[in-house]
Ligand binder design. Structure first.
Ligand SMILES: *Cc1c(COP(=O)(O)O)cnc(C)c1O
Length: 405
């Protein structure tokens, strides 16, 4: 049985929505993007949501808006996708990497030790869709000693008066924290709408704005929307109306807007997300139940009294195996046509970051989790027989590689 890793969910509703856009005479940023923003806004109960063409570009724009300069520091986990740290480098600031906790998410203790007067933001990552400890993060940056350490060097930083919390929620659209969908727990939450994510626009990102006073999130939405369109005072949609040709450029913008033809895909998906998420959850539960019978399996965190995953990645770990054995298990599964990934290769193991001087010696838990982890296929349209085949392949591969059966 050939099982792919994370194919996009494309049904008739998605195709009809895209065709509708193609037939409408307007394919770039316009009414479909607005409709998608509204859906995500009400889904997360955010003050405002801006869609852009990727998580990465959205994060770069938000860090530029924060007014980061060369030498400024942004704390990020070592265990994440490269984009988390690359966004920081793209604005000329320094990603200060810290280690994670057993649940794969950034360690609060490690953050505390890494804060300096140069720290301007913390980017936490909800790995696999499991929410970070948001309450504790908010408490940390509003603590007296941490506030006293903060040195603002831009207008926005002065207005905020503390370290900005940016959530890399690339995986966690639909995850729950304190009984509600995440998105409003910290200042800025960015979802990725990339092709492999729970909801996709092929490429895309959604920025949830929930900044405290004195910020006006609706005004900020307008400002950032313009910034995402080269800081042009009129977007192409407004200019397309007759008599509306004159415009100005009032700042140093970026060109990172999401086209309507892309937004249409995500729009049709999010309208049925309740159902799609439930399907992911039942696959995850099938995995949990099966692997809970084996004492060599470490099950991923999925649900607690106040958190629930978005079931984006099923990150299975094996007790006391070596990295080589893990690789061999993957090879064995690949031979049986089951697509497997590892989330994530810690950043200091990647050449670019290693060459910058980051070293795995400083991130023992990241190394430990990486060495024994593999991610199993999980997607709404996956059939029970396929899930069962993956489970059987995992068990067979473990027994063959580790128990030499
Ligand atoms: C996918 C992903 C991103 C990047 O998303 P893009 O929309 O492709 O820019 C960032 N962070 C994490 C953790 C991701 O998995």
């Amino acid at each position: 049985m050939k099982i792919s890793f994370s194919p996009p969910y494309i049904d008739d509703a998605v195709i009809e929505e895209v065709v509708d856009t193609l037939n409408s005479g307007w394919i770039t940023t316009g009414p479909k993007v607005k409709a998608l923003e509204n859906e995500i806004c009400s889904f997360t109960n955010s003050h405002a949501v801006l869609c852009v063409n990727s998580w990465t570009s959205g994060a770069i724009m938000m860090l530029r808006w924060l007014g980061l300069k060369s030498g400024d520091e942004v704390i990020v986990p070592a265990y994440t996708y490269c984009a988390t740290a690359l966004a920081v480098l793209n604005v000329g600031a320094v990603p200060v990497m810290v280690d994670i906790s057993d649940d794969f998410n950034i360690s609060l203790e490690a953050i505390k030790k890494a804060i300096t007067p140069k720290t301007k933001a913390i980017i936490s990552v909800d790995i696999a869709g499991w929410p970070c400890d948001y309450n504790e993060l908010v408490e940390l940056v509003t603590q007296k000693e941490v506030l006293e350490l903060f040195v603002p060097t831009s207008k926005v930083q002065t207005q905020l008066g503390r370290i900005l919390l940016l959530s890399d929620a690339a995986h966690s659209l639909g995850a729950k924290y304190n009984g509600k969908n995440i998105g409003t727990e910290v200042d800025v939450t960015i979802f990725s709408l990339h092709a492999v994510k729970n909801i996709t626009t092929a490429e895309g990102g959604a920025i949830c704005l929930n900044l405290p006073k004195p910020f006006d999130n609706l005004e900020l939405y307008k400002e950032l929307r313009m910034m995402s369109l080269n800081c042009q005072t009129k977007d192409a949609f407004s200019k397309s109306k007759s008599g509306s040709w004159r415009y100005d450029v009032i700042g140093f913008g970026m060109k990172i807007n999401l086209p309507d033809v892309n937004a249409a895909i995500g729009l049709a998906q999010i309208r049925q997300y309740h159902n799609l998420l439930q399907l992911r959850k039942s696959i995850s539960e099938r995995y949990q139940q099966s692997f809970s019978l084996f004492d060599w399996a470490i099950l991923p965190p999925q649900k607690s009294s106040f958190k629930e995953s978005s079931y984006h990645i099923y990150a299975l770990r094996f007790k006391s195996i070596t990295e080589d054995q893990r690789d061999e298990i993957i090879l064995n599964m690949t031979k049986q046509d089951v697509a497997i990934n590892v989330h994530f290769i810690p950043l200091p193991m990647l050449s670019f970051f290693k060459d910058m001087g980051y070293s795995m010696d400083n991130f023992p838990l990241s190394l430990k989790n990486y060495s024994c982890e593999l991610s199993l296929p999980i997607y709404s349209q996956m059939k029970d027989e396929e899930v069962d085949f993956v489970i059987k392949t995992v068990i067979d591969s473990y027994e063959k590689v580790v128990l030499k059966k």
